[in-house]
Ligand binder design. Structure first.
Ligand code: NAP
Length: 331
């Protein structure tokens, strides 16, 4: 029996890839051997990881020939589309950060605190949900289980790191008026009500991701959901206002207790002391922060939540590594 597990990190030089390496260092899984892949541009460069200098390898069609047990892909949709089938064919189980396979009915879409049982239905690919979906479904899950959910209105305030390295560069280069690399308008001093491309129905792909992925993770296609996703000039951590219509009456105190007791959530909600979650305080944490928990008096069973999380950690790297951890333990 093989003692060591071979793990590939694809896109190891990107924002998510580097966060994956950071979280892996913190977790320090025993008996794992890592290989770091990126594009030709990065091949041969060194990254310090687990106290050693790792040389970045160029991702090629034969990269998986040497027999990897697991791979975490964080190199974008086109790379996932081309290379994941090759990796799976060679016997590798892949956790994918792109949106390519998320809505494929043969691919589980997993947030471990919410639907970890789905991990083991995989056929070689497990999708990591969109960053803004991950942080939303954590607080929604205990509310769904205890009161049912009829309708959700998402309004997101998403950090530039969610758009990768070029997103951060556009914000940081803003005051100098340097030509934009990522966004259609300057993000410096602006809010841009467009994340990803528009679709024919007037919504953006990011809004569709929040709507469709929430239904898939909660296994309920009957929830009515709408979303408006907005890019804001914040370096890291997404914030969301989530308006929820429950199916039955609730006590706000019970909601707070349910959220406090749910794994992966920290409630910060003390308006007398002006305490609520904010992006700069969530930066670097794995937890999802929830506050401003209050009734929506405009409908019968309405609830408002303010939800903030580190999109690079819980929204991407940490969630993927929690899935990997379950796979490693199971095997
Ligand atoms: N940023 C977030 O908050 C977030 C959250 C959830 C999911 N995601 C998803 O995670 C993925 C990565 O996002 P990111 O923000 O980390 O992007 P990023 O900072 O732009 O990094 C992109 C990575 O992909 C690599 N890459 C590009 N072309 C490649 C190729 N031909 N072969 C191998 N590697 C290649 C790059 O390598 P080089 O350095 O060599 O160019 C780099 O490591 C995307 O699918 C994104 O949608 C991102």
């Amino acid at each position: 029996m093989k003692v060591f597990k071979k793990i590939a990190i694809v896109g190891s030089t990107g924002l998510v890839g580097r966060t994956v390496l950071k979280v892996l260092e913190e977790k320090s899984f025993p008996n794992c051997i890592y290989t770091l892949f990126s594009s030709k541009k990065s091949a041969g460069k060194k990254i310090e990881f687990l106290g050693k200098n790792y040389i970045i390898c160029e991702l090629k069609e034969n990269s998986f020939d040497s027999g990897f047990d697991y791979a975490i892909f964080c190199a974008g949709g086109n790379i996932s589309k081309k290379f994941i089938p090759i990796a799976v064919e060679k016997g590798c189980t892949v956790i994918d950060n792109s949106s390519i396979y998320r809505m494929d009915e043969n691919v589980p879409l997993v947030v471990p605190e919410v639907n970890s049982e789905d991990i083991f239905t995989n056929n070689g690919i497990i999708s990591n949900p969109n960053c803004s979906t991950i942080q939303a479904v954590l607080p929604l899950k205990p509310i769904y289980d205890n009161f049912g959910i009829k309708r959700i209105i998402y309004s997101s305030y998403q950090a530039v790191s969610g758009a990768g390295r070029h997103g951060i560069e556009d914000l940081e280069n803003g005051p100098a008026n340097i030509p934009l690399k990522k966004f259609p308008y300057p993000i410096y001093n602006n809010c841009i009500p467009q994340i990803d491309d528009f679709t024919e129905d007037g919504y953006t792909k990011e809004e569709h991701k929040m709507i469709n992925e929430t239904k898939k993770i909660l296994h309920d296609n009957n929830i009515a959901i709408t979303a408006t996703t907005v890019r804001v000039p914040v370096k890291n951590c997404h914030s969301e206002c989530i308006n929820v219509e429950l199916k039955k009456d609730f006590d706000i105190y019970d909601i707070k207790i349910l959220l406090q007791n749910f794994p992966g959530i920290i409630v910060i909600d003390d308006i007398e002391k002006q305490r609520y979650p904010i992006a700069t305080k969530a930066d670097g944490y794995d937890e999802v922060f929830v506050g401003r928990i209050r009734r929506d008096y405009s409908i019968e069973y309405g609830l408002n939540l303010w939800v903030v999380a580190d999109n690079l950690r819980k929204g991407a790297a940490t969630n993927a590594i929690q899935i990997l951890e379950k796979l490693l333990r199971y095997k």
